[in-house]
Structure formats: structure tokens, C-alpha cells
Design a binder for this molecule. Structure first.
Ligand code: ADP
Ligand code: MG
Length: 572
């Protein structure tokens, strides 16, 4: 419950003011039955109108004060809980931004969204409720019990029996509801993830006509959520009537006992009335306390889920090193790496290679051979357990992540575009927006031509993930973005696959002719693309199956020869 402590420190003044209001409000509530008993026993019984009026006025004033305190604490409670929620959401979001790859893989995005919305609201509701009634209910309850005992120790025996039964009921209901509430939250997660997955693959679902399956899938998670919610509500629906029943029976007993005691002259009518009044107050506060416990239990489940996010592993540290160097070499030395949540088999095995400044390296190999893994590791998304990776002859584990990432521009295998204009998308990685550089990058990536043809040129709006573009157009914008970032190392992960051979050759030529010589890593499956590079790394199943120039590899590397023959058609 550390998060509560942290935020309460921030709102200490408001919180303490609210608590004091609640305290005075409870006292006002407690005074009323006592005054009422006086009105009955002194005023009405003795027919003294002036005393009735005076006490009546006092009661009115106390009620007004109580209402004032109640209004104040309500306002404060809303303010504090809303700010608390906003802070919490902000903290969760900043944490997600710092997530390490492992954390990203661990918590599904659907679940992250539930945690940021539903779970945070739950926590906010709890904070709000806590400031309104958390202290009031126990205070009124304790005060009423004490005052009732003073009124009539004998009748209090009934009261204590009722309280004991209720305490047992509360404990049982708490035990029963915790696991149920936790299950409800997981069910909400599943619902979110299902919808998200559907939305991501909506075109595929349409193309394969799998609506009925999707509907079934959704219907299953939806029913599951419904059933779990009902089951968690059932606990509440059984227990609160049981509590009311206990107290009502108690009140009936008190009236019975009171009438006997009154008949024998042991007690006055006003005291019996006040006792019943206190008993009612105890009832209301006990029901409130049960509600608090219920919210508490729900919130405990939600808090745990939010704390899990807040305590997730963070990405490797970044120092404030924004420096961009002018040229860089890149080297892998005996790198062996397996994904933390993968099959356990290494994606890279004892991999070594080196590209010098300004050189172009092509990596070629079948799918699943570990090419993209090389790209991710260069950016230090994961640390390698064996071997080392060097940028400019420095081990990347000794470099800040933002330094590494400033010096490498990546065009990923799957182009990612954002809602916004073409311009926004290209300048997205630049340290400073620069239209001239942007235009240059677009021209080099062969994007200028089709962008000019769009209705608003570079100001044309792109839909989410560039839905209004073709695969090749997306790839060209993605390359333009990487070029505009102007980093000394550029990694192009199979991002010319959707370009025709002529356009691709133009892109390649443009890359080679840049003024500032970049170190380029070009991941590809096409021999035609790889051939022109200074050096070629042939990958097969995570290992280095050959390294050298096109000519050398043709004569020395069997895998390369095979790829060459199958694509260029040597033996066909
Ligand atoms: P390529 O880019 O050559 O097609 P990858 O580098 O993407 O190959 O993948 C290499 C191996 O690592 C594959 O066996 C793949 O299943 C595995 N892999 C890739 N990404 C992940 C991941 N995030 N978690 C677990 N395993 C992964
Ligand atoms: Mg790949």
C-alpha cells in the first residue's frame, strides 16, 4: 500500500482537513439522540414548552453544523480522489514508457489499458469513499456503543450480541469476495485484449470471413465477465440483508426489554428512544463499514495490479547523453542470445561480425534466422548474456540507451506510421525539425514522387498506421524517417521488400551517394540487394554461415551459393 502513502503525503493538508470535518460531523450525529432523550424526559414529560423550544433550537444548530462539515469533506474528498487518480494514471503511463522489452512482453496491452482506466477508477473510488466515511463509520459506531452502554448497561447485552454476529458476517464476506473481485478484473482484461486483437486484425477477419468465430470468442469472454461479476455481487447481496436482519432483531428485543424495564420503573421512555436511536446509528455505520471493506477488497485487487505495473522492470538506464557522433563502426563478438520469454533456444549463436565506418553490410538469410534480432540487440532492447556488442569500439552495456538510440536510425521490418501528416511522420525522429532535410530524406527514399501526387502533398493526413497507403509507400516513408534522423548508423530491416526492383535500386543508390557516409546495415532476403553491399553476412539459424564480399561468398559459402542460384538462377 506504498502508493497510498506516497500520494497522501502530497495532499496531506486537504486530507487532514477532511478527516477533521468527519470527526466533528460524527460528534454532531452522536449528540442528537442525547438531546432528543432530554426533550422527551425533561420537556415533554413535564410539559415545559420553553425547554422543548430551547433544546429543539440547539438540535437544529447542531444539525446545520453537521451538514456544513459533511459538505466540506465531500468537496475535499472529490478533489483529492480526482487528483490522486490523475497522478496515478500519469505515473503508470510514464512507467510504461520506460518499460523494458521483458515488461512489454509480460503484460498485454489490453491489460495495461484496464489497469490504467478501470483499476485506477476503482482506487479513486476507494480514496473518495475513505475520506467520506472511512473514519466516520468507526467513530459513530464506537461513540454510539459507549453512549448506549452509559444509557443502559443491561440493554447493551443485546447490542453486544448483535455486534458479535455482524463481525463474524463481515469476516466471512471478506474472505469470500476477495478472490471473486480479482477474477472480475482478469475477465475485464481478457475482454479488452479480445477486442483489441480483433481491431488490429479487422481486415484479415473480413478477408477470411471469420466473423462468427470472432463473435463466439467475444461472446465467451463477455459471458465469463458477466458471470464473474454476478458471482462477486452475490456475496454482497447475501450479506447486507443478513446484517440488517441481525440489527432489526436486536431493536425488537430492545423495545421488548425496554417496555418491561419501563413498566417496572427502571428506565424512562426518552432513554429507550435514545437507545434505539443509537442502535440505528450503529446499524448504518456497520453497513457502511461492510461497504468500506467491500471496496477495500476490490481495491486491493486493483492496487496490486497497478503496483505490478509500477514495479515492472525498467529499460536500461539512460544518462543525459544526447550526443550524436559523426561516424560509427559496429561489431558483434561471440554473441549468443535467447529471448527471455522465447522457446529457450538461442536466436543467435556465437555470432561475430564487424562493419567499419561508412561501410554497408548486408545481412541475408531465411526467415527466423535471427536477422531482426541483430537489429534489436544493436539498439539494446535486450542485453546479451554472452559475448559483446560494440559501437565505435565501445561496449554498448557501458553506453546510455539514449546515446545508442540517437546514433542508430532504424527502419523496422514492420513499418509503423502514426496518425498525422506525412511531414509529421518523417520528421518524427529528428532532434530538430528541418524541412529541407525532411525533403532530402523523402527524395532519397523515393517517397517524394508519390507524396507530391497526394492531394495535400506533405500535409496530407495519414490514417492510423497509414491505412491509406500501400505497403511499399509505407516502407518508403519509414526509410525516409530513418534517413531524416541523420544518425551515423542506419539499420534497414527488410524494409524494401514491398518495393519493385527498380525503385529499390534507386533507394540503394541514393543511400550510397549520401554526402555524410553512413554505416548501413541492410537486412534483406533478396540476393540482388545484398550483392551490392561492401560486405555480406549470411545467417542461418542464428549462426554466421558466411561473411565476406559477394565474390568471396560465391566461391566459399554454400548457403550463399544456394540463395544465389535460387534467385538469380545460375543452375536453372
Ligand atoms: P528474422 O528476422 O531473420 O526472420 P528473427 O530475428 O525475427 O528472425 O527471429 C529469430 C528467432 O527468434 C525466431 O526463432 C523467432 O521465433 C525468435 N523470436 C523473435 N522475436 C521474439 C520475441 N520477441 N520473443 C521470443 N522469440 C522471438
Ligand atoms: Mg526479421
Amino acid at each position: 500500500m506504498n502508493i497510498y502513502r506516497k500520494y497522501f503525503k502530497k495532499y496531506r493538508v486537504m486530507f487532514l482537513t477532511a478527516v477533521s470535518c468527519v470527526f466533528f460531523e460524527a460528534i454532531c450525529d452522536l449528540l442528537q439522540p442525547a438531546i432528543m432523550s432530554r426533550i422527551i424526559d425533561n420537556g415533554i414529560k413535564n410539559s415545559r414548552v420553553d425547554s422543548v423550544l430551547k433544546l429543539g433550537l440547539l438540535m437544529l444548530i447542531i444539525t446545520l453544523c453537521g451538514a456544513g462539515f459533511a459538505a466540506t469533506r465531500n468537496i475535499l474528498a472529490s478533489k483529492v480522489s480526482q487528483r490522486f487518480g490523475a497522478d496515478l494514471r500519469y505515473d503508470v503511463f510514464s512507467k510504461i514508457m520506460k518499460f523494458s522489452e521483458e515488461s512489454v512482453d509480460k503484460i498485454e496491452s489490453g491489460s495495461l489499458i484496464t489497469r490504467m482506466t478501470n483499476d485506477t477508477s476503482q482506487i479513486m473510488q476507494f480514496v473518495n469513499g475513505m475520506m467520506r466515511i472511512f473514519f466516520k463509520a468507526p467513530l459513530t459506531c464506537m461513540g454510539s456503543i459507549i453512549l448506549a452502554v452509559i444509557l443502559s448497561p443491561f440493554m447493551s447485552i443485546v447490542l453486544f450480541c448483535a455486534i458479535a454476529i455482524i463481525a463474524i458476517l463481515i469476516v466471512i464476506s471478506m474472505k469470500m469476495s476477495y478472490s471473486r473481485f480479482a477474477k472480475v478484473q482478469t475477465a475485464i482484461d481478457r475482454l479488452n485484449t479480445t477486442v483489441q486483437e480483433y481491431l488490429l486484425g479487422i481486415r484479415l477477419v473480413k478477408a477470411f470471413g471469420r466473423f462468427s468465430d470472432e463473435e463466439e470468442k467475444f461472446s465467451a469472454v463477455n459471458t465469463d465477465l458477466f458471470q464473474k461479476s454476478v458471482s462477486s455481487q452475490l456475496v454482497v447481496s447475501y450479506f447486507s440483508p443478513l446484517m440488517s436482519l441481525t440489527i432489526s432483531t436486536g431493536i425488537a428485543l430492545i423495545i421488548y426489554l425496554g417496555s418491561i424495564l419501563f413498566g417496572k420503573g427502571y428506565i424512562e421512555v426518552g432513554k429507550v428512544a435514545a437507545f434505539i436511536n443509537y442502535m440505528m446509528q450503529i446499524l448504518t455505520s456497520l453497513i457502511m463499514i461492510t461497504n468500506i471493506f467491500n471496496t477495500f477488497i476490490r481495491t486491493k485487487a486493483s492496487t496490486q495490479r497497478v503496483v505490478e505495473v509500477l514495479e515492472s522492470q525498467e529499460d536500461f538506464s539512460g544518462f543525459d547523453n544526447e550526443e550524436v557522433i559523426s561516424e560509427s563502426s559496429l561489431e558483434f563478438k561471440n554473441v549468443t542470445f535467447a529471448y527471455p520469454d522465447g522457446s529457450g533456444l538461442p536466436a543467435l549463436k556465437n555470432l561475430s561480425f564487424r562493419v567499419n565506418e561508412g561501410e554497408t553490410l548486408a545481412i541475408i538469410g531465411p526467415t527466423g534466422s535471427g536477422k531482426s534480432t541483430v537489429a534489436w540487440l544493436c539498439l539494446r532492447f535486450y542485453d546479451v548474456p554472452e559475448g559483446s556488442i560494440y559501437i565505435n569500439d565501445k561496449d554498448i552495456r557501458e553506453l546510455a540507451t539514449n546515446y545508442i538510440r540517437n546514433n542508430i536510425a532504424l527502419a523496422p521490418q514492420k513499418s509503423m506510421l502514426f496518425t498525422g501528416t506525412v511531414f509529421d511522420n518523417i520528421v518524427w525522429g529528428m532532434q530538430e525539425e528541418n524541412s529541407e532535410k525532411m525533403l532530402n530524406a523523402a527524395k532519397q527514399a523515393q517517397a517524394d514522387e508519390f507524396v507530391q501526387k497526394m492531394s495535400n502533398g506533405y500535409d496530407s493526413l495519414l490514417g492510423q498506421n497509414g491505412v491509406n497507403l500501400s505497403g511499399g509507400q509505407k516502407q518508403r516513408l519509414s526509410i525516409a524517417r530513418a534517413l531524416a534522423k541523420d544518425s551515423p548508423i542506419m539499420i534497414l530491416d527488410d524494409c524494401t521488400s514491398a518495393l519493385d526492383a527498380v525503385t529499390e535500386a534507386k533507394v540503394r543508390r541514393a543511400l550510397r551517394d549520401t554526402e555524410a557516409k553512413k554505416t548501413i546495415i541492410m537486412i534483406t532476403q533478396r540476393i540482388g540487394t545484398a550483392m551490392t553491399a561492401d560486405k555480406i553476412l549470411v545467417m542461418d539459424n542464428g549462426i554466421n554461415a558466411g561473411f565476406g564480399s559477394h565474390k568471396e561468398l560465391l566461391s566459399t559459402c554454400k548457403t550463399y551459393r544456394e540463395i544465389y542460384d535460387s534467385q538469380i538462377g545460375g543452375d536453372l
